[in-house]
Ligand binder design. Structure first.
Ligand code: SF4
Ligand code: SF4
Length: 366
């Protein structure tokens, strides 16, 4: 944009950041659109089929790394961070409790998209109002965008070996959103020095060995993919390793030393609903479809759908300590014959429960 404006661009950038803070964002930084380096990494990753079976990742050609092709004339990207970890939510206890259902900590409350989009749209509208001849487009997971690459360039942190953006003080529990703009705002400097050093904790802790190398995540092995996007059966080789993780996984964040004192949020929308931060596997497995739909209004859990949520819970119960209660609950659900896919997972769980019960009885007799 070359036209003169009531605000100069330095002042505008400061003003936009102030508006961002007023709207509740935790940080807002500005970068240019040169993603050449990151595009090369993305192409190599896609070339090795690490994204599969998420075929849609190649759907938009170069749009992902050329912001200009998504919004013509884009000069800058405003990268915005919103923390999501609710205060006082335990990360470890439910993971260690084999009778509990572990739900990724980002998914305990209301789906962030609505809140984030609304705020980002407000911010874009304010910018458009201050710069009447400029164009803005707000994006939250709604278009092919290299949000982590943009966040790194903008100075939100570095890309850790777990492939997440890590902020040196606040850790990695945050969502990212972007506004593309044709205003030539002054850019912020990256602070992307790799602080992972010789740490490999995230690579080692991953229950399903999803990292084929540092920074290289193989999607089809990741529990987040397996329990959320995957609509088919969960391969046998991963079932035991999945443990009680019934919706997503946070292990490679929890273990990270830069998350020892992570930034939290007091956004009411992100507070746990229906005690999902400490729910029992059996309580959730008892939900009928209506109860599931009522309990998950506006929740990210809707993404897996009822049947696949039960599928995940069946795996959790198969890995839970053996008990008569678990076995009878699983048999009850099997008798309902909800779907072939679910039945197969329930049968797997019953076999695991029964074989452990047999072993326990044998060892008692010995
Ligand atoms: S989210 Fe879990 S399964 Fe996926 S890479 Fe991280 S530790 Fe591994
Ligand atoms: S756990 Fe270690 S290697 Fe992994 S992202 Fe954190 S600092 Fe880097």
């Amino acid at each position: 944009m070359t036209e003169s404006h009531p605000l100069n661009l330095q002042t505008a950038a400061r003003q936009i950041k102030t508006w961002g803070t007023e709207l509740g964002f935790n940080d807002l930084r500005i970068t240019d659109t040169d993603l050449e380096l990151d595009a090369a990494r993305l192409k190599a990753w896609l070339g090795n089929n690490m994204h599969m079976p998420l075929e849609w990742m190649t759907d938009h050609g170069d749009m992902r790394y050329t912001p200009n092709s998504l919004l013509e004339g884009t000069q800058r990207v405003i990268s915005v961070r919103l923390n999501y970890l609710p205060e006082d939510v335990d990360l470890i206890a439910p993971l260690k409790n084999e009778n509990a259902a572990y739900i990724s900590r980002y998914a305990l409350g209301r789906d962030y998209h609505k809140l984030f989009r609304k705020r980002l749209a407000k911010l874009a509208a304010k910018i458009s109002e201050a710069f009447p001849n400029s164009t803005q487009r707000a994006l939250v997971d709604s278009a092919p965008v290299m949000e982590k690459a943009l966040a790194r360039k903008a100075g939100h942190g570095w890309v850790g070996k777990n492939s997440l953006i890590i902020h040196p003080e606040d850790g990695s529990y945050f969502f990212l959103g972007e506004i593309y703009t044709d205003l030539e705002l002054p850019i912020d400097q990256p602070d992307d020095a790799d602080r992972c050093d010789d740490c490999e904790a995230c690579l080692k802790v991953c229950p399903t060995d999803a990292f084929i190398a540092p920074y290289q995540l193989e999607v089809k092995r990741c529990i987040s993919y397996l329990t959320i996007e995957n609509t088919g059966p969960i391969p046998l080789e991963f079932r035991e390793a999945i443990g009680n993780r019934v919706f997503g996984c946070d292990d490679c964040q929890i273990i990270c030393p830069w998350n020892k004192q992570p930034a939290t949020t007091n956004e009411v929308d992100f507070s746990p609903r229906n005690d999902l931060d400490s729910a029992d596997l059996s309580r959730l497995f008892r939900w009928n479809e209506e109860e599931f739909l009522t309990a998950t209004v506006g929740s990210p859990l809707r993404r897996s759908g009822y049947h696949n949520f039960l599928r995940n819970l069946a795996i959790g119960l198969g890995n839970a300590p053996s008990s008569d209660e678990h076995i009878s609950l699983l048999k009850q659900r099997l008798a309902e014959n909800i779907s072939e896919l679910l039945n197969e997972h329930i049968q797997w769980a019953i076999e695991r429960q029964e074989s452990r019960r047999k072993r326990r009885r044998k060892s008692k007799r010995a």
